[in-house]
Design a protein around this ligand. Sequence first.
Ligand code: BDR
Ligand code: CA
Length: 316
Amino acid sequence: SKKMILDLDTGIDDTLAIAYALGSPEVELIGITGTYGNVLVEQGVRNALAVTDLFGHPEVPVYAGLPHASRKDSFEVLPVSAFIHGQNGIGDVEIPDSSRSPESGSAVDFIIDAVKTYGKDLVYVPTGPMTNIAAALAKAPEIKDEIGKIVLMGGALTVCGNVDPWQEANISQDPDAADELFRSGAPVTMVGLDVTLQTLLTYKETATWRELGTPAGRFLADMTDYYIKAYETTAPKLGGCGLHDPLAVGVAVDPTLVSTLKINMKVDVDGPTRGRTIGDNDRLNDPVKTMQVAVGVDVPRFLNEFMTRITGLAKA
Ligand code: BDR
Ligand code: CA
């Protein structure tokens, strides 16, 4: 089976991404690497340990990744992130802490070693800033040719950003890291706001999780309702919450859920639009396209896969 690594700033939709991966028999989640963004890296790691326990998968190792972008010396959670994901990242729902500790090794080395071990069978899914993978590529550049693929949540090609008119949140935290990844030549599928703002969840679906009557079902419902409520304030016209991170996992499991445009991308790292994802005009005529960008999504089919897989996990 395919091996998957999730690299998460474990907030609410990151937790839904974990649930989607654990509910997918096609993939084995071989590890989680923690990043920062929705929460500090320590809190994200704590959440990843707690929710993998709650979902009945305490075998998944969790590594703490880098705590901030390489060109910064610290990181602070933006008030808007706390508003959307809760102070604790999981909608301020209380669940027991895991008795496990994060792994002692480095997340970056774990990623490199996994590429060496599994090669083309490995899919790496970052749903936060791209800091850890950029560091792995800097340390072991050859992994770009050895890895199966990278399916990331971040950026936008045809719509505006979500932190300001040109920046999507994950890219905005570390534009340099994302640019290094995009221009590395690694096989990257970008699942950005173009498609993730089309896949929406409502209270109707979360109610079915609550009705399962299991601790995991109640947790998923309460946590996700917090996120839907935040979206009612930040994006009242949308009519639900965006399933950003789970869609990246969905595409990693089944690429036919989206249609893509093959185009090499870059990130503006200088000037007033720093953090914008855009086609790399220096590589427009390059016959080799190492990137593709999701530009269409089969919404009903994805929502059906999402509900089936996560409900199956939460039922057990
Ligand atoms: C991304 O930003 C985070 O808040 C979400 O978890 C998602 O990864 C959406 O822009
Ligand atoms: Ca995320």
